[in-house]
Design a protein around this ligand. Structure first.
Ligand code: BES
Ligand code: MN
Ligand code: ZN
Length: 503
C-alpha cells in the first residue's frame, strides 16, 4: 500500500487527480464555502443530505470544478479515532465498487495524530485483498492513496508510524491467511529470516535437534505426529544499548491444529490454519520495528509446528518433561498451544526481560467469553496490564483483563505429573492462562488470548492482523523513541536497566 501525505485545503483537494476523492467531514465544522467542495458540503448539510452520524456518505459524480470523477462526502461525527475508522471503512467499501487505483482521502478540518492514524489504518484494512494462492490473482486495485491534511509537516512522524503499522498488519494478515500447506513451520521461519534484512534485526532459527538439546520436551511432543519438522524462531530487534532489558514477545505458531489424537470435528477445521496468528503478529511487529527504528530492544520467540496425527503422535495420558523440568500430563492433545508456549516462556528467561508477553489463539473458551471484539488479557502485573489496556484503546485493538485467581488452577492437579494440560470446561480461557503462569514466574508476564480477534469467520473469512496495533503501541510507548499516535498513558520506563548478557 502506497500512502502519501500532503497538505491539502478543500480548495486544493478539488484539484487533486484521483479516481476517487473521499472528503471526511466532522460534525459542527464551519466551512468557508469559498471553494467548490466547501460549498457542496455546506449545501448537502443544509438540505439534510449529509447527516452528522459517523459513516453517513453522500456520493457525487463529476461535480463541476472537481478534478476527481467520483467524490464521496463522508461524516466522521465527533472526529474521534473510532468514528474516523468506521467512516473511512464505510467510504472505502463504497468507493471500491468503481475499482479506483488512486484515491485521495482528505480531512475537511484539522485533524490530530490519532485521527490521521485511524484513517490510514482503516483505508488499508478496507482495501486489503489476499491473493497468494489464487491463480488469476486480481491484485488489490486501490494501491495509491493520498492523505490530505491541513498541515502535513506537523503530522509527518505519526503518519510514518501509521504506514509502518500498516506494513506490519499486512504481513501478519498474509501469513495468517495462507493455508497450512503454504505456511509450514519451515516457511514461517524463512519469512522471519527475511525480516533480518531490515536494519537492527537479527534472526536465528533452531530445528528439532537444537530443540531436543535444550530439553524442550513439551514443544517437541506436540510436533512428533507431523512429518513437517518444527522450528523455533528467535528474532531480535536492537534499537537501544545492550544494557537495556528487552521486551520478549512469544507467538503461538501452530501452522495447523487438527487437535491431534483428541481430533477436532470436521466442521470449520480449516480455520485452524489461523492457529499461527500469534506468531504472525510477532513477525508483523518486527516488520514495523524495522521501519520505525525506535530506541528499544525487543526479542521475538516463535515455537512453530503442526499438531497432527500419525503412529508416533502424542496420546492422551502421555507425560512429557518441559524445559523448566516440570512434568506435564497431556490429558487432551488439542490443548497443544500451552504445551509449545511453556517451553518458549522458559527459554525467554535468558534474556533477563523487562516483560514477556505471549500472544496465542489459545482457547475456544475465550471466543465464548469475549467474542471477536476484545482479546483476552491475563496478567498478575497491574502496571503491565494497564499499559497493554491503554495501548489497545489507543490503537483501537482492544483487550479486556481477565482474572488469575489461584483457585482457577485447582483443576490442573493430577496424580501422574506436576501438572495436567487441561482442567474442566468451566473457565477454560483462565485455566489455560493459569497453566502458562507456572512457567512465567521469573519476570513480569502477560498473556493475550486472541482466539476470537485474530481472524473473522463466514463470508469475510480472513486474518485481521490483530494485535499488531496493540503491541506496537505498547512497545513504542515504553521507549524513549517516538510516541505512538494517540497514546496518552505511557508505562513508566524500564525499572533499573539491569546489565544483562543475552545468551
Ligand atoms: N487453537 C485452539 C483454540 C481455538 C479453538 C481457537 C477454536 C479458535 C477457535 C486450541 O489449540 C484448542 O484446541 N484449544 C482447546 C482447549 C481444550 C481442549 C481445553 C479448545 O479451546 O477447545
Ligand atoms: Mn488445539
Ligand atoms: Zn491450537
Amino acid at each position: 500500500m502506497d500512502f502519501q501525505l500532503k497538505t491539502l485545503s478543500t480548495a486544493q483537494a478539488a484539484t487533486e487527480k484521483a479516481d476517487a476523492l473521499i472528503v471526511l467531514v466532522a460534525a459542527g465544522t464551519s466551512l468557508t464555502p469559498g471553494d467548490v467542495l466547501g460549498s457542496l458540503i455546506a449545501q448537502a448539510r443544509k438540505a439534510g443530505d449529509l447527516a452528522d452520524k459517523a459513516g453517513k456518505t453522500l456520493a457525487l459524480y463529476r461535480p463541476s470544478g472537481v478534478a476527481a470523477p467520483r467524490v464521496l462526502l463522508v461524516s466522521i461525527g465527533d472526529g474521534l479515532p473510532a468514528s474516523v475508522r468506521s467512516a473511512v471503512i464505510a467510504a472505502v467499501n463504497a468507493a471500491k465498487a468503481a475499482n479506483p487505483k488512486r484515491a485521495a482521502v482528505v480531512f475537511a478540518q484539522p485533524v490530530d495524530a490519532a485521527g490521521l492514524a485511524a484513517a490510514v489504518l482503516a483505508t488499508a484494512d478496507a482495501s486489503y485483498v489476499y491473493t497468494t494462492t489464487k491463480s488469476k490473482a486480481e491484485p488489490r486495485t486501490l494501491r495509491q492513496v493520498v492523505m490530505g491534511v491541513a498541515d502535513a509537516e506537523a503530522l509527518r512522524a505519526p503518519f510514518d508510524r501509521a504506514c509502518a503499522t500498516v506494513a506490519g498488519i499486512e504481513l501478519a494478515k498474509e501469513w495468517g491467511n495462507r493455508p497450512g500447506n503454504h505456511s509450514t513451520p519451515t516457511l514461517l521461519a524463512e519469512a522471519a529470516q527475511g525480516l533480518a534484512k531490515l536494519p537492527n534485526i537479527k534472526c536465528e532459527v533452531l530445528g528439532p535437534k537444537e530443540v531436543a538439546k535444550l530439553g524442550m520436551g513439551s514443544f517437541a511432543a506436540v510436533s512428533q505426529g507431523s512429518s513437517e519438522p518444527l522450528r523455533f524462531i528467535v528474532l531480535r530487534y536492537q534499537g537501544a544499548p545492550k544494557s537495556q532489558a528487552p521486551v520478549v514477545l512469544v507467538g503461538k505458531g501452530i501452522t495447523f491444529d487438527t487437535g491431534g489424537v483428541s481430533l477436532k470435528p470436521a466442521a470449520e477445521m480449516d480455520e485452524m490454519k489461523f492457529d499461527m496468528c500469534g506468531a504472525a503478529s510477532v513477525l508483523g511487529v518486527f516488520r514495523a520495528l524495522g521501519d520505525i527504528q525506535p530506541a528499544i530492544n525487543v526479542v521475538g520467540l516463535v515455537p512453530s509446528c503442526e499438531n497432527m496425527n500419525d503412529g508416533r503422535a502424542l496420546k492422551p495420558g502421555d507425560v512429557v518433561t518441559s524445559m523448566s523440568g516440570q512434568t506435564i500430563e497431556v490429558l487432551n492433545t488439542d490443548a497443544e498451544g500451552r504445551l509449545i508456549l511453556c517451553d518458549a516462556l522458559t527459554y525467554a528467561k535468558r534474556f533477563e526481560p523487562a516483560a514477556v508477553i505471549d500472544i496465542a489463539t489459545l482457547t475456544g473458551a475465550c471466543v465464548v467469553a469475549l467474542g471477536g471484539v476484545r482479546s483476552g488479557l491475563f496478567s498478575a502485573d497491574d502496571t503491565l496490564a494497564a499499559a497493554l489496556e491503554s495501548a489497545g484503546e489507543a490503537a483501537q485493538d482492544r483487550c479486556w483483563r481477565m482474572p488469575l485467581d489461584d483457585e482457577y488452577a485447582e483443576g490442573l492437579k493430577t496424580n501422574f505429573a506436576d501438572v495436567a494440560n487441561i482442567a474442566g470446561r468451566a473457565g477454560g480461557a483462565i485455566t489455560a492462562a493459569k497453566f502458562l503462569q507456572r512457567f512465567a514466574s521469573d519476570y513480569p508476564w502477560a498473556h493475550l488470548d486472541i482466539a476470537g480477534t485474530a481472524w473473522k469467520s463466514g463470508a469475510a473469512k480472513g486474518s485481521t492482523g490483530r494485535p499488531v496495533g496493540l503491541l506496537l503501541g505498547y512497545l513504542l510507548a515504553r521507549g524513549a523513541g517516538p510516541v505512538p499516535a494517540g497514546t496518552k498513558a505511557a508505562e513508566p520506563k524500564a525499572k533499573s536497566a539491569k546489565a544483562r548478557a543475552a545468551k
